[in-house]
Design a protein around this ligand. Structure first.
Ligand code: UN1
Length: 495
């Protein structure tokens, strides 16, 4: 146990109190296989208790002027900044991502704090002309009430801030179920919320499994919104259950993101972009590049450059600053990657590099960066999310074919094109059907003040982060104020 982690057993955070749970399970450092902390496996009762506390706290919180609510987020941002290094190290220990990327993720949370704090003085609605004389019409955002957020292990702090900060600045109270693999970021963030002066009960953390805690949240009548990031399967189940209850649900469920490399591309830049977005975070990003759609004229040259760069991808514990590729989150993740590599081989793609479990001295779960080539667009390795350091080259003959291949998957999160042709740049940004498009950059690296999310199987039309996140956590209210002193009938008394 290192000095960064202060406790042996985590507790739920309900109504401002740390509450012990009856059952716990071990959280492992994925780089070493060592236990770092015990996390509660809570039950429905604890969810009910948290919701009751949230409901009570929310009534008062909604009456606090939004600029004052935002003050808490400014303090959050400052406290996260002061603690950036410590948070980053804990993040690397529980999630495995290399320290440089952990710092980037914590920064993403800090950016979100200051950005959403600014929303405390905006939360804009509209003032519009009314149809009738002496009548005033506005629309305004109102909090929904108690909202549920369910966050994944791959961005345990950034995604939590994308969801909780807009919810809180808009006047909601939050029940948060973090992934059991990465509970320490939730523990740390809850402590910072308390230190920043968030009233008790406005943020509640209930640790536990999706099937118990997540399900109890989804079915609780007093939770009016569920915002979920995770797998497509789980997202579909949540959406179906929420649909039955007419509960609003916002889903972000991954991608099968491609980099397109045209024959006029700067190949060195393209190779750098592919390496970073395919093998950074060991490919465990929703936005990770897992397909490279390459013009056949430059395929051989691109392969050469990628192979050369892959030689420098050091694998190991992310706390060591010389390491570029950290571990895979757990054995199940590792087994899934192994399975897909076998599938790729069986399907007839050519394995150029990697393809194996990396056996270091460390005892964690590692997979070597893997490059397939001559994959076809319909192979399973070209269609299904692998969530690991595996990328497949798909050769194409034209720009039009590249777009078609990019769009020919069930996901629609991120895409990218490397080209120097300005006309193709504009055509591509129009025709690529993903929620995020990059030109001359890889598929990762979204900034928090823009909407994050995607089309088709990636989501259900909502967005995380950006001003658009407020739409998830607010209801629109249209207000008409008639100051004519007489009954005026809309659409009728229009003379
Ligand atoms: C995710 O993988 O779920 O754009 C989030 C990016 C990061 C966020 C990724 N800013 O890659």
């Amino acid at each position: 146990m290192t000095t960064f982690i202060e406790v042996d057993t985590l507790k739920n955070y309900i109504a401002g109190n740390w509450e012990e749970a009856d059952k716990t399970t071990a959280v492992m450092n994925p780089a070493t296989g060592e236990e770092i902390v015990q996390v509660p496996l809570s039950n429905q009762e604890q969810v009910n208790k948290a919701v009751a506390a949230a409901k009570q706290a929310q009534r008062k919180w909604a009456l606090v002027p939004a600029p004052q609510r935002a003050e808490v987020l400014y303090r959050m941002g400052n406290l996260m900044k002061e603690n950036k290094e410590r948070l980053s190290r804990i993040l690397t220990m529980e999630n495995g991502k290399v320290l440089e990327e952990a710092r980037g993720e914590v920064q993403e949370g800090i950016d979100m704090a200051f950005y959403m704090a600014g929303e405390g003085r905006r939360l804009f609605g509209q003032t519009t002309p009314a149809e009738l004389k002496d009548k005033f019409a506005i629309s305004q955002r109102c909090p929904v009430g108690v909202v549920g957020i369910i966050t994944p292990w791959n961005f345990p702090i950034a995604i939590a801030t994308w969801k909780s900060f807009p919810a809180i600045v808009a006047g909601n109270a939050v029940i948060w179920k973090p992934a059991t693999e990465t509970p320490l970021m939730a523990y740390e963030l809850a402590k910072i919320f308390a230190e920043a002066g968030l009233p008790d009960g406005v943020l509640n953390v209930v640790f536990g499994s999706g099937s118990v805690v997540g399900d109890a949240m989804v079915h609780h009548d007093d939770i009016r919104v569920i915002s979920f990031t995770g797998s497509n399967d789980t997202g579909r189940q949540i959406a179906a259950k929420c649909g039955q209850q007419l509960k609003k649900v916002s889903l972000e469920m991954g991608g099968k993101n491609a980099v397109i490399v045209m024959d006029d591309a700067d190949l060195e830049l393209a190779a750098e972009g592919i390496i970073w977005s395919a093998f950074g975070t060991s490919g465990q990003r929703c936005t990770a590049c897992s397909r490279v759609i390459v013009h056949e004229n430059v395929k051989a040259k691109l392969e050469e450059r990628l192979l050369e760069k892959m030689k420098h991808l050091t694998i190991g514990n992310g706390l060591d600053e010389t390491i570029k590729v950290g571990p895979i989150i757990n054995e199940a993740g590792l087994n899934k990657i192994k399975r897909y590599v076998e599938i790729g081989k069986e399907e007839g793609a050519t394995l150029l590099a990697g393809g194996e479990v990396w056996q270091g001295e460390l005892g964690g779960n590692f997979f070597s960066p893997t490059l397939f080539t001559d994959a076809t667009p319909t192979m399973r390795i070209s269609q299904e999310e692998i969530f690991g350091p595996v990328v497949s080259l798909i050769p194409v003959k034209s720009f039009a074919e590249a777009i078609e291949v990019n769009n020919g998957v069930s996901y629609g999160l991120s895409s990218s094109i490397f080209t120097k042709d300005v006309n193709r740049v504009f055509q591509a940004q129009r025709d690529l059907d993903t929620g995020i498009v990059y030109v001359n950059a890889g598929t990762t690296g979204a900034e928090i003040h823009l909407p994050f999310g995607g089309t088709k199987g990636t989501g259900n039309g909502h967005r995380d982060s950006g001003v658009q996140a407020l739409d998830v956590f607010t209801e629109w209210k249209a207000v008409y104020i008639d100051y004519s002193g007489k009954l005026q009938r809309a659409q009728i008394d229009i003379e």
